[in-house]
Design a protein around this ligand. Structure first.
Ligand code: G6P
Length: 471
């Protein structure tokens, strides 16, 4: 039986089916997966995740008991759950990504959304079923007294459900997102808010990326559940949950090694060829509303308007990868980013100067090349659990100035050496871009060294070790 179990919606690998019906496996990306993949291959560890696509579902159906390692894939021990697609869609898109993500990132446009109508009741029911499927699989797979690490907002109900089945287990939950303050969290229907909080309190240990998100969670427990909060513990209905803060960092050596590979070097050469010796302002994001890409572009536009002396001498390289296109809000946001970029081009481009290069296709080696060449890195989310781009930048470009939103979790650790901005204030952001471009070399290096030290302070392996130790 397994002694450590990890549960997350997205797993460490995904599958695609070719036209000829052949399955190809790809390693998964994203902060959560890279944070956890270190343990995945250790003895006694099982990872439980959901099948996310038709390719995944085909792979699961071919694998005995959904155990992909048993089907001969090199995945570490992995069980993928084949949740009915309609249930999965309602749980993942409607509840996790449209509701819980929106609440915790303060993204609702309150006069028009949200609506918690009868459709939501059905969606919430599916979210319960989906969390239940995880709880059931974990209960089946866990050895006596095993440690179970449940990840993120997709699986807030699983800890309490699992505890009801298997009181012998030691359960941790980790939130990779921010947490909303009670007055905003209580936008949720009362019963939903309660279930989410009590679901997480089913764990022995609830982890957050920063003190601020941990505090917001405890405030919600206090004001919405009447739970007793004392120091770093929450007591509710006879149980105690300890609250931990674990600020996920980056494995600097591994990242640097990857960024020195030939594919990245050749992208660097191509980018240099394209932009010449102009200074580079870089941003790298998935196209998500919380990433605030439109205001970032508007800030660049304000900067160009205020500083004609920089025309022809700077290029903004913006990576905005597609994300969650099943949701209309995301599709509309992508279109808004593209409209704004075109307006800047129309206003400022000349025959021999492209002020803005917008990359909308996922290209990891090219984004690593951009990090390495950056003079200024712009990270301006409306709100973000941590934001690993802010941590990867200083590792890959020691002389890069960092413009960082005060609302990113990373600001708690990097704020002293970044140029910190209010993400809504486009003029302030424009001024910070200018300061970043003009920053003297010696100051860049000094700040860069401290940023790098902070970014690598708690690499994934140790981040995970801390949490395992706490249960
Ligand atoms: C970001 C968040 C994670 C979350 C992930 C889900 O990386 O920081 O908290 O788990 O998104 O993304 P997905 O593509 O799986 O919807």
């Amino acid at each position: 039986m397994n002694s450590v179990l990890v549960a997350s919606n997205r797993g460490p690998v995904s599958f695609t089916v070719s036209d000829g019906g052949e399955l190809t496996m790809k390693r998964g990306g994203g902060g959560l997966v890279s944070g956890l993949s270190g343990v995945a291959r250790e003895e006694g560890v099982l990872w439980v995740c959901a099948a996310l696509s038709d390719g995944d579902r085909s792979a699961v159906r071919l694998a005995p008991g959904g155990r992909l390692d048993h089907a001969g894939y090199d995945t570490g021990k992995l069980r993928m759950l084949d949740i009915p697609p309609a249930t999965f869609h309602r749980a993942y898109n409607a509840v996790a990504n449209s509701t819980l993500w929106f609440v915790n990132h303060l993204l609702y446009d309150i006069p028009n959304a949200p609506h918690f109508g009868s459709r939501f009741e059905k969606e919430w029911e599916s979210y319960r079923d989906y969390n239940g499927a995880f709880a059931l699989a974990l209960a089946e797979e866990a050895g006596h007294g095993a440690r179970v690490m449940v990840q993120d907002y997709h699986l807030t109900l699983t800890p309490a459900m699992l505890r009801a089945e298997r009181p012998d287990l030691r359960i941790a939950h980790f939130s990779h997102t921010p947490w909303a303050p009670p007055e905003y969290f209580s936008l949720l229907p009362d019963e939903v808010a309660r279930e989410v909080l009590e679901g997480i309190l089913g764990a022995d240990h609830a982890g957050f990326l920063t003190e601020r998100w941990a505090r917001a969670f405890m405030d919600c427990c206090e004001s919405l559940l009447n739970a007793k909060v004392s120091g770093r513990t929450v007591s509710h209905e006879g149980r105690i949950t300890r609250i931990g803060v674990h600020g996920l960092g980056v494995d600097g050596e591994k990242l640097w090694k990857r960024a020195c590979e030939p594919d990245v070097e050749s992208h660097m050469a191509a980018l240099r060829e394209q932009v010449g010796d102009r200074k580079l302002i870089v941003r790298i994001d998935r196209t998500e509303l919380s990433k605030n890409i439109v205001r970032g572009l508007l800030a660049y536009r304000e900067f160009l308007a205020a500083h004609p002396e920089w025309h022809g001498r700077v290029v903004h390289l913006a990576f905005a990868y597609p994300s969650r296109h099943d949701l209309p809000e995301y599709r509309e946001y992508t279109a808004a980013v593209q409209r704004c970029a075109k307006e800047i081009e129309d206003e400022y481009a000349t025959e021999d100067w492209d002020p803005l290069i917008l990359n909308v296709n996922d290209d990891y080696p090219r984004s690593l090349a951009a990090y390495r060449l950056a003079d200024v890195l712009l990270v301006n989310p409306i709100r973000d659990g941590m934001n690993l781009v802010a941590k990867e930048g200083p590792i890959l470009s020691p002389r890069c100035a960092l413009v960082l939103s005060r609302e990113a979790g990373a600001a708690a650790e990097l704020g002293a050496d970044a140029l910190v901005v209010n993400p809504y204030d486009v003029c302030e952001t424009a001024r910070a871009l200018h300061t970043g471009l003009e920053m003297p070399e010696e100051e860049r290096m000094r700040r860069g060294a401290r940023l790098k030290a902070a970014a690598t302070a708690l690499p994934p392996q140790r981040w995970l070790g801390e949490q395992l130790a706490s249960i």
